[in-house]
Design a protein around this ligand. Sequence first.
Ligand SMILES: [Zn+2]
Length: 77
Amino acid sequence: MKYLILLAVIGVIWWVWKKSHEQLPPDPEVRRDPDPEKMVVCAHCGVHLPESDALPEGPQHFCNAAHRDAARAQKRG
Ligand SMILES: [Zn+2]
């Protein structure tokens, strides 16, 4: 009877050890960006930047105000 209890204790220890060493495979769904941001191109210098960081000017986007103003000045002639 003593050995049966010892066997059960060893079994439980082995089970807990096995559980703690189990490694779950990485889930590719978690790593994927749920909402990839749209990228736009600066109409002046051609740099790519997220749409939220860009300055929209009609159908075009610019990376900063200086480039937007430069494009405006070019448009005026
Ligand atoms: Zn630019």
